[in-house]
Design a protein around this ligand. Structure first.
Ligand SMILES: Cc1cc2nc3c(=O)[nH]c(=O)nc-3n(C[C@H](O)[C@H](O)[C@H](O)COP(=O)(O)OP(=O)(O)OC[C@H]3O[C@@H](n4cnc5c(N)ncnc54)[C@H](O)[C@@H]3O)c2cc1C
Length: 412
């Protein structure tokens, strides 16, 4: 290659694959090495709890690129290889079982890892997590077989897997320590919509309790014992109690870590030749003026692509409004914005909430901080414009926000 530079991406993930794509599309002709500890080539995770788990989407649809794409674009894939150490002084990445690699620029796209429940019986066969494709394969295999499922944690993963297993005809109980699902993200007002949706589909909830123990016989799960003493028979328990950013390499390298790998608005870490993108990056959002870490698909998709330009020396101010979506039963939803738990003073609804066809706005001092459309489509552009205006300090009239007949200049 004419260009002698070596760019390494750690994490053969969505952010990593998009960065590789961005480097090549920007004309980078040096070596691109994509290192990933999983054995699959980069894939997207949202189908693992939706289309693939429901049996509606083929496994192959999850992959970011065809296998041939990596060959055609001369992106070296080192799969099943863990990066064990990073020396930013000598620009060297240490790999498990491979020679160290020297780099000119390096991207940390190491994403997140699931939080594990450390209780008795956690190692029983039938206690599952869902982050990776092999973990999804195991759930797909179980879907046709198991009758009683306990889901631990009423976050997005918990609720999506609950919906999928209900669709497969299993009896599903969701256990949640909080008093409602998704309360930290959505607050009480909208949490009720999701509780109602699942109850209508026959999901049983146990709120305000945790898991004391998984009980089994012969190494196989038989029941889940809750902290109030209740014992729920189950052949399968799916634990979805959150994730933590995979910051080990950054810590080993002495990079600044603040929740995730700390970067500036250009996704550059405290070392000028190391960047971070996707779930692992804790970046300064230029519009919010503070550090956030976004655990969503679109942030890996867009951040991965954006950081490629930054690695090539282009100026970057990564100012996307955080966005995510979910599909559960017949409810489709998109959410854009950023609200800390309890960081709003009211939720304004527009549309039919009981009929689950509405838009919700999280508002503080009249400013829209986030918006969510439920079974209403093609309104994201307008919601994100409102959020940007709200972050910039513009207040809107709540009555107009709530009124579906309000025309263009306030909402759409
Ligand atoms: C089941 C599921 C459903 C989801 N659904 C949605 C959804 O509907 N909407 C939404 O917005 N988001 C969703 N998400 C979240 C979304 O998938 C993540 O935000 C996204 O995957 C983050 O991508 P990433 O590239 O940052 O990292 P990750 O996807 O976490 O990938 C990081 C990769 O780096 C590897 N790695 C880590 N450390 C090392 C190392 N030292 N050496 C080598 N490799 C390493 C990991 O093994 C992993 O493969 C879902 C997530 C899951 C698990």
């Amino acid at each position: 290659m004419a260009d002698p530079r070596v760019f390494i991406i750690v994490g053969a993930s969505l952010a990593g694959a998009r960065a590789a794509e961005g480097l090549r599309d920007n004309g980078f002709a040096g070596r691109v090495v994509l290192v990933g500890e999983e054995t699959e080539r980069p894939y997207e995770r949202p189908p693992l709890s939706k289309g693939y788990l429901l049996g509606k989407e083929a496994r192959d649809k999850a992959f970011v690129h065809e296998a041939s794409w990596y060959r055609e674009h001369e992106v070296e894939l080192l799969l099943g290889v863990r990066a064990t150490d990073l020396d930013v002084g000598s620009h060297t990445l240490m790999l498990d079982g491979f020679e160290p690699l020297r780099y000119d620029k390096l991207l940390l796209a190491t994403g997140s890892r699931v939080r594990r429940l450390e209780v008795a019986g956690a190692g029983l066969h039938g206690v599952r997590y869902l982050r990776t494709l092999p973990e999804a394969d195991a759930l797909v295999e179980a879907a046709g077989r198991v009758r009683r499922v306990v889901v631990v944690g009423a976050g997005w993963i918990g609720l999506e897997t609950a919906a999928a297993f209900r669709s497969h005809g299993a009896q599903v109980t969701v256990v949640e320590v909080d008093r409602a699902p998704l309360r930290r993200v959505l607050g009480d007002e909208v949490a009720g919509v999701f509780a109602g949706l699942h109850e209508q589909h026959g999901v049983g909830f146990r709120f305000g309790v945790g898991v004391a123990e998984f009980r089994g016989s012969g190494g196989v799960l038989a029941s889940v014992v809750l902290t109030d003493g209740t014992e729920l028979p189950a052949e399968l328990a799916i634990v979805g109690v959150g994730i933590t950013p995979a910051v080990e390499l950054a810590e080993a390298a002495g990079l600044s870590v603040q929740d995730g790998v700390a970067t500036d608005a250009g996704l550059r870490t405290s070392d000028p030749d190391v960047f971070a993108a996707g779930d692992v990056a804790s970046f300064v959002h230029p519009l919010l003026g503070r550090r956030i870490r976004v655990e969503h698909w679109s942030n890996a998709l867009n951040g991965g692509r954006a950081v490629a330009g930054a690695m090539l020396g282009e100026p970057l101010s990564y100012d996307r409004v955080p966005y995510f979506y979910t599909d559960q039963y017949d409810l489709g939803m998109e959410y854009a914005g950023w609200v800390e738990p309890g960081g709003y003073d009211r939720v304004v609804f527009r549309g039919d909430v009981p009929g689950r066809e509405f838009v919700a706005f999280w508002v503080k001092d009249g400013r829209v901080l986030a918006g969510m459309n439920v079974n209403v489509w093609d309104v994201q552009e307008q919601i994100q414009a409102l959020v940007r205006a709200g972050w910039a300090g513009s207040a809107v009239d709540s009555a107009a926000l709530a009124d579906p007949n309000t025309s263009a200049n306030i909402v759409w």
